[in-house]
Design a protein around this ligand. Structure first.
Ligand SMILES: *[C@@H]1O[C@H](CO)[C@@H](O)[C@H](O)[C@H]1NC(C)=O
Ligand SMILES: *[C@@H]1O[C@H](CO)[C@@H](O)[C@H](O)[C@H]1NC(C)=O
Ligand SMILES: CC(=O)N[C@H]1CO[C@H](CO)[C@@H](O)[C@@H]1O
Length: 558
């Protein structure tokens, strides 16, 4: 971190003492969030065991109580009534027994019949990180905050058996109950170099039997972390309980894959008799067309069914892009993405995600623009909001689609295409979009934008998030992310929403069909010095048919 913050603190106290601005003076911690969940300090990674119990939302998460780096892993615990404002509780699970002496790793909650929650988590049992699976239950079911958890006496309940390697055996999923009254649960692994989800079944939740063949495995993947498996409705956007099986249902299987970290999913059919998942023909984990929840920084996600609002909510860890040294200096590392509702898109070929509606209660001072023409090479400032802590929605009208650049058939990898054609590279239609966390002189900016190409038989929309100029401090990782967006610009206007929060930008293209989350650590575009612009660096003009931007209130994030 740099020493300009001292100057800023002086400036802020000066302004504050004159009552000129009311922005929170967070200048010594310019990268802490205003409305994204994070603990007061130290290291956080995977979300664990999200659930709703007696009207209270619970989020547990992987947490090191002692430092801003990974280690000594426990389950920290917070609760909320609105998914936005959170109250911290004591650590729920910490290493204490031979079956978790070296760490309480990730796991999931299951609501059993009668509304009784239970947690399955991975225990690390030695310095080689050999792993087993353990059960914990609430000490007092009458406490809606579920503040104390009891580890089951007969843990571990599941240990690795050949050919599973106990160092690659973790992250139990939420369990589901089949029509045959047997519980089922997935555990992530890699067997014979094939990334795998292993299925276990149980009659009583305590004695678990491994199903011989993997639930699903893929030789093109390595270790599967945090498998998630759930039904989605083919007829409406509402979520359904994890145990639902029957007509008008498809299933989603998600895995978290490393190098690079990414959360990939497939849509398909669940054959409960054969204990197998059969992906739809066009659904695959690998290759340029593999589906991801988010094409930026977004890992180890976990979903749960919110029975109070009949929706499925997705949580995910958003790691830092700064150096470990910087993380130690700032005293914390890791954020959670804004919880998202998710559902199956009409085509049945992909999911759609959208920030939980509760987040809109933080919106303040709407600024609106309508029917503004952005000619090629122009930038338009959106002023009147706190641009470092904001929510913005924009709808573009593209008129001259005929002039779109032809997509070279070899350009199949959208991330490579976004890197090659950064925000500064002009084409006929695009880049156009938003410059967020931007400094006044645009030395710093995170560009979230579209580019339209003419494909074989239809137009192709590329969505990019370019961090290459997001910080003047080049010790930060500043990647460019990209994905294709399945919207036909002839039929539909292009929409983009970005949630901007000091060091994180979560962007949703086409109403949530393509999502990209990025981290940025500006040195100039901090707090009151952050700006927001709409831009069009393409040759052809585009219109902003609609733009709404809001300052966001601070949430109680812990
Ligand atoms: C259980 O929780 C309820 C509600 O918080 C509380 O009234 C009760 O005293 C608790 N019971 C025990 C044994 O702690
Ligand atoms: C602009 O946005 C508002 C609110 O999202 C919507 O009601 C209105 O129809 C939009 N107008 C146009 C021209 O799209
Ligand atoms: C405070 C504490 O318990 N720290 C421990 C964290 O883990 C390392 C090794 O993984 C131990 O050496 C520390 O004592």
């Amino acid at each position: 971190m740099t020493n300009f913050s001292v100057t800023l603190i002086l400036l802020f106290s000066l302004l504050l003492s004159h009552g000129i601005i009311e922005l929170e003076a967070s200048t010594n911690q310019p990268y802490r969030t205003g409305f994204h969940f994070q603990p007061a300090k130290n290291w956080m990674n995977d979300p664990n065991g999200p659930m709703i119990y007696r009207g209270i939302y619970h989020l547990f998460y992987q947490y090191n109580p002692y430092a801003a780096v990974w280690g000594n892993i426990t389950w920290a615990h917070s609760t909320s009534t609105d998914l936005i404002n959170w109250t911290p509780h004591d650590i729920a699970l910490a290493p204490s027994a031979p079956f978790d002496s070296h760490g309480c790793y990730s796991g999931s909650a299951t609501i059993r019949p009668g509304g009784r929650p239970a947690i399955f988590y991975t225990g690390s049992i030695d310095s080689f990180t050999n792993q087993v699976q353990n059960l914990a239950v609430p000490k007092n079911y009458s406490d809606p905050y579920l503040r104390e958890w009891l580890k089951y006496t007969y843990n571990p309940l599941i240990s690795a058996t050949r050919p599973i390697d106990a160092t690659s055996f973790r992250d139990p999923s939420t369990a589901w109950l089949g029509p045959d009254k047997r519980w089922r649960m997935l555990i992530g692994s890699v067997i014979d170099n094939k990334g795998s989800a292993i299925l276990y079944t149980s009659k009583d939740f305590k004695h678990w039997i491994k199903v011989e063949q993997p639930f699903y495995s893929d030789a093109k993947t390595k270790m599967w972390e945090c498998p998630d498996f759930y039904p989605v409705s083919t007829v409406y956007q509402k979520g359904v309980d994890t145990s639902i099986y029957g007509p008008n249902i498809k299933h989603v299987l998600k895995t978290s894959l490393n190098e690079p970290q990414r959360d990939c999913y497939m849509i398909g059919t669940y054959d409960i008799g054969q204990n197998k998942f059969i992906p739809d023909p066009e659904s695959s984990l690998s290759g340029d067309s593999g589906l991801r929840y988010d094409y930026g920084k977004f890992y180890a996600s976990k979903s749960f069914f919110d029975s109070a609002k009949n929706r499925r909510i997705l949580w995910a860890w958003v790691p830092e892009s700064s150096s470990e040294e910087d993380n130690k200096k700032k005293g914390w590392a890791g954020l959670q993405a804004i919880p998202r509702s998710l559902w199956l898109e009409k085509s049945g070929k992909q999911l759609v995600q959208w920030p939980a509606v509760e987040i809109e209660s933080l919106r303040l001072n709407e600024v609106k623009l309508q029917n503004r023409f952005l000619q090629g090479g122009s930038v338009l400032e959106v002023s009147g909001i706190t641009a470092a802590q904001a929510d913005v929605e924009i709808l573009f009208d593209v008129i001259e689609l005929d002039r779109a650049e032809v997509l070279d058939p070899s350009w199949t990898n959208p991330q490579v295409l976004c890197s090659r054609k950064s925000a500064l590279v002009k084409s006929a239609l695009g880049p156009f979009g938003l410059l967020v966390l931007a400094s006044k002189g645009l030395e710093e900016q995170t560009a979230v934008f579209f580019r339209i190409f003419k494909g074989q038989d239809k137009h192709v929309v590329l969505m990019c998030s370019d961090q290459s100029r997001s910080s003047l401090d080049n010790t930060n990782d500043r990647p460019t992310y990209g994905a294709f967006l399945n919207v036909d610009p002839v039929q539909e206007r292009l929409s983009l929403r970005s949630l901007i929060d000091h060091s994180i930008v979560e962007s949703f293209g086409g109403g949530g069909k393509t999502c990209i989350t990025a981290r940025a650590y500006p040195t100039l575009a901090i707090d009151g010095d952050a700006h927001l612009y709409a831009f069009n660096y393409g040759i052809e003009g585009v219109s902003i048919s609609n733009l709404s931007a809001w300052s966001m209130k601070k949430a109680q994030i812990n």
